[in-house]
Design a protein around this ligand. Structure first.
Ligand SMILES: NC(=O)c1ccc[n+]([C@@H]2O[C@H](COP(=O)([O-])OP(=O)(O)OC[C@H]3O[C@@H](n4cnc5c(N)ncnc54)[C@H](OP(=O)(O)O)[C@@H]3O)[C@@H](O)[C@H]2O)c1
Length: 232
């Protein structure tokens, strides 16, 4: 499988590169020119295309012939970075390609998520600070996901919980809705977030889903699996 990783130089991106290589995939990585050095340890094992991830010509070249595209969707600046990135991937990925995007729990597919007050408060603060500093635009990431959800392509939007570094614990578990007790621990290892993204490429059950994920060894995930076993 040939996969493109858009945003390959970031923390999540680098983990995705490693997981994709572990699976024997051919990897094309897109990252800003100034960040190419962050991918040095993958030298000669991946093809790097430098450029802004919302540059349509860069994305057109990078996704050409790819069976899957993994996109780190971040809302940097106030220039519609997320929507530009998402739209370019949707427009130029080959028909039938698996498209997997990353975002946070604050994105909702069907409006049925029930958010903890702290998460709502954090989103409000991020929105306000983003407007004041002009460094981030949460609403642009929300708009990008609206475009993805409306697309007829084979997309999945993976919604990450709070993240931490550390050894892999295994593939995260997921639910369709934030508020599900399964997700209560609200913590995932970043490496495992990346593992879920890469595994989604070959999991057709996740097409047109926006799984909210949590670490499989977190207390809420373990409580859920115990409850399931007891019910059987
Ligand atoms: N707590 C969290 O961090 C959290 C929680 C839930 C979900 N998520 C989701 O996880 C994904 C990435 O999370 P992460 O924390 O692991 O971050 P990350 O992988 O480090 O991603 C940051 C990305 O943004 C790029 N970037 C940084 N500054 C930029 C700028 N000024 N202009 C353009 N691009 C810039 C980075 O590229 P360079 O390498 O070029 O800097 C990198 O590709 C996102 O989809 C996010 O919504 C994060």
């Amino acid at each position: 499988m040939k996969v493109c990783i858009v945003g390959a130089s970031g923390k999540l991106g680098q983990y995705m590169v490693q997981h994709a290589l572990d699976r024997g995939y051919e990897v094309i990585g897109v990252c800003r020119e100034r960040s190419v050095h962050k991918l040095e340890r993958f030298q000669n094992r991946i093809t790097v295309i430098p450029g802004a991830t919302n540059d349509r010509r860069v994305i057109e070249k990078a996704v050409s012939g790819c069976d899957g595209v993994l996109t780190v969707l971040v809302p940097w600046g106030r220039q519609h970075y997320s929507t530009g990135t998402a739209q370019a991937v949707l427009d130029y990925a080959k028909p039938g390609a698996r498209l997997v995007f990353s975002c946070g729990w604050h994105i909702t597919l069907d409006g049925k998520d029930v958010y903890p007050p702290a998460l709502k408060r954090d989103e409000k603060i991020a929105r306000l600070l983003g407007r004041l500093t002009r460094m981030v635009d949460i609403d642009d990431q929300i708009e990008a996901c609206r475009c993805i959800f409306a697309s007829p392509t084979r997309w999945t939007v993976v919604r990450g919980s709070d993240l931490e570094e550390g050894e892999s614990q295994g593939l995260p578990v997921w639910s369709r809705h934030v508020g599900d007790p399964l997700l209560a621990s609200n913590l995932t290892r970043r490496s495992d977030f990346a593992l879920f993204m890469v595994a989604a490429l070959e999991n057709d059950e996740l097409i047109h889903e926006a799984p909210a994920i949590v670490g499989c060894q977190t207390p809420s995930a373990l409580a859920h699996s115990t409850a399931k076993e007891q019910a059987q």
